[in-house]
Design a protein around this ligand. Structure first.
Ligand SMILES: *[C@@H]1O[C@H](CO)[C@@H](O)[C@H](O)[C@H]1NC(C)=O
Ligand SMILES: *[C@@H]1O[C@H](CO)[C@@H](O)[C@H](O)[C@H]1NC(C)=O
Ligand SMILES: *[C@@H]1O[C@H](CO)[C@@H](O)[C@H](O)[C@H]1NC(C)=O
Ligand SMILES: *[C@@H]1O[C@H](CO)[C@@H](O)[C@H](O)[C@H]1NC(C)=O
Ligand SMILES: *[C@@H]1O[C@H](CO)[C@@H](O)[C@H](O)[C@H]1NC(C)=O
Length: 161
């Protein structure tokens, strides 16, 4: 077999077997809300199902998602947004009553194993504020603009010389 083709095949196989791994789950506070950032790989066009849940005192509560049925009591406090590589859940008015293990789980239909998850233990006293760094990672356009204008400035400097 042509080596290029075999390498391409190998990469394709590796990507399929990687599925939609959840790469990280982090928690931080924005004002009084808990924010969970669930980062994941996205290399399939198959439908992906997801679920955010909280395990507290050995009881699992589904907060949001398409896998389980979200519990009614949380619905009014939950906000969910999704981008190709990250799912973000916010839980408003976070209190110590919401402490526990939070889980982000993804499932790709028609794939085995097809399930991937990450857990994060959340304690109110240990929570950090969501820093600008996090926002930076999600919105780099202003940084890009800054870099662009810097290089523009440099360019005009060169012209005026
Ligand atoms: C958060 O708590 C405040 C004060 O108790 C209440 O007015 C507000 O509606 C709550 N927000 C949500 C989303 O539950
Ligand atoms: C969810 O987000 C929308 C728009 O950002 C906001 O108007 C709404 O109050 C939020 N709801 C909760 C429960 O935080
Ligand atoms: C994966 O990426 C595609 C294209 O970028 C997007 O349409 C799809 O919604 C993404 N899937 C998830 C689960 O974010
Ligand atoms: C997260 O917790 C669940 C339930 O306790 C467990 O089945 C799963 O293996 C954990 N995931 C990771 C990545 O540790
Ligand atoms: C980044 O932020 C700017 C202004 O805050 C907004 O207009 C833009 O849509 C954001 N871009 C992304 C990719 O979120």
């Amino acid at each position: 077999m042509n080596p290029t083709i075999s390498i391409t095949l190998l990469i394709a196989v590796l990507q399929v077997s990687q599925g939609q791994k959840v790469t990280s789950l982090t928690a931080c506070m924005v004002d009084q809300s808990l924010r969970l950032d669930c980062r994941h790989e996205n290399n399939t066009n198959l439908p992906i199902q997801h679920e955010f849940s909280l395990t507290r005192e050995k009881k699992k509560h589904v907060l949001s998602g398409t896998l389980g049925v979200p519990e009614h009591t949380y619905r009014s406090r939950i906000n969910f947004s999704s981008k190709p590589h990250i799912k973000v859940l916010t839980l408003a008015n976070f209190t110590t009553k919401d402490e526990g293990i939070y889980t982000c789980e993804l499932r790709v239909s028609g794939q085995t194993p097809g399930v991937s998850n990450q857990n994060v233990s959340v304690l109110r006293d240990k929570l950090v504020k969501c820093e600008g760094i996090n926002l930076l990672a999600q919105n780099t356009s202003w940084l890009l603009l800054l870099l662009l204008s810097l290089s523009l400035l440099q360019a005009t400097d060169f012209i005026s010389l």
